[in-house]
Design a protein around this ligand. Structure first.
Ligand code: NDP
Length: 276
């Protein structure tokens, strides 16, 4: 019998994880069975219990259950502790190992796939939700010159900046600001707000984009979002969405479960929606 994995969420129909993991397994010659699991909003633990009891080996976790998974896990990796949320679990006996690969997936996409080194660069990240929180340590590990977090609710940006500062000894300056206080130009501008899900434009001045910079929207599959359009109108030619991040976090989970890391290029190509 093949090893069983699933992605759990509510809703779950939209999830690309089965397609991605099935493609990875085929290329890597691994025999796995990967499905979507719709859990009731108040039924996360019961659904995971049942999946484990039936022999399930691991799960990806998507909205709205990333905090439930954090509470359910017995062993939280530093990435999950820092993010305060879990996006992948591995089951071994009574143990539930938990990780959060979103941040490392983002950084790998930017640095490796898009060939945009972060070392010594000024990085601006929009939003102060779960995606930004999970990205803090992987971003800082690349030693940018500065990391600026900007958010509508300024206190949340300041909280995350303080958290980031606690986890390093001050080598990288990290500040949290409101949009009206952003100054200067940036080499990398990451939209980790959820503005693109509702086709809204964050109140960002177009002057933040340095010529030659990368503008990256973590939302994927939406084409040219209002954020990417703003960047394009400001003269930015290096535009990307979060499809590569999605594929890279999946590859991390696959490697963690199966011991082999698949290449992501084919999956990224298959899932890419043109930025027009
Ligand atoms: P959260 O709900 O945790 O946080 C949302 C953030 O967006 C908050 O900081 C909120 O600001 C801000 N926001 C919402 N609407 C607007 C707006 N119109 N203008 C400016 N700011 C806004 O979301 P997540 O952090 O979990 O996710 C953020 C994005 O990242 C989503 O689009 C998600 O799809 C994407 N993502 C992509 C992944 C990938 O693999 N590519 C993985 C994970 C996330 P405030 O605090 O003021 O309300």
């Amino acid at each position: 019998m093949s090893d069983r994995y699933a992605v759990i969420g509510n809703p779950i129909e939209q999830s690309k994880s089965p397609l991605i993991h099935t493609a990875f397994a085929q290329v890597m010659g691994q025999v796995i069975h990967y499905t979507k699991l719709l859990a009731p909003l108040d039924g996360f633990a019961a659904a995971v219990d049942a999946f484990r009891a039936s022999g399930g080996r691991g799960m990806n976790v998507t909205a709205p259950f990333k905090l439930d998974a954090f509470a359910y896990a017995t062993d939280l990796a530093p990435s999950a502790q820092m993010a305060g949320a879990v996006n992948a679990m591995k089951f071994e006996g009574d143990k539930v190992y938990a990780e959060n690969f979103d941040g490392v997936g983002l950084v790998r996409d930017v640095v490796h796939n898009l060939q945009c080194p972060l070392k010594g660069r000024r990085v601006l990240i929009l939003g102060a939700g779960g995606a930004t929180r999970g990205a803090l340590l992987p971003l800082l590990a690349e030693h940018p010159a500065e990391l600026v977090i900007v958010n509508r609710t300024v206190a949340k940006a300041q909280e995350l900046a303080a958290l980031a500062q606690q986890h390093q000894s001050g080598q990288v300056p990290v500040v949290g600001l409101g949009y009206e206080a952003v100054q200067g130009v940036f080499d990398v501008v990451l939209n980790a707000s959820s503005s693109s899900l509702s086709a809204e434009l964050p109140p960002l001045p177009a002057s933040v984009f340095r010529p030659g910079c990368l503008a990256y929207d973590l939302t994927y599959g939406k084409g040219l979002t209002p954020f990417l359009k703003l960047a394009q109108q400001a003269g930015v030619t290096h535009l990307a969405d979060g499809v590569g991040m999605l594929a890279e976090q999946a590859a991390e989970a696959f490697a963690w479960w199966r011991g082999v890391r698949p290449d992501t290029a084919a999956v990224i190509q298959k899932l890419t929606v043109p930025l027009v």
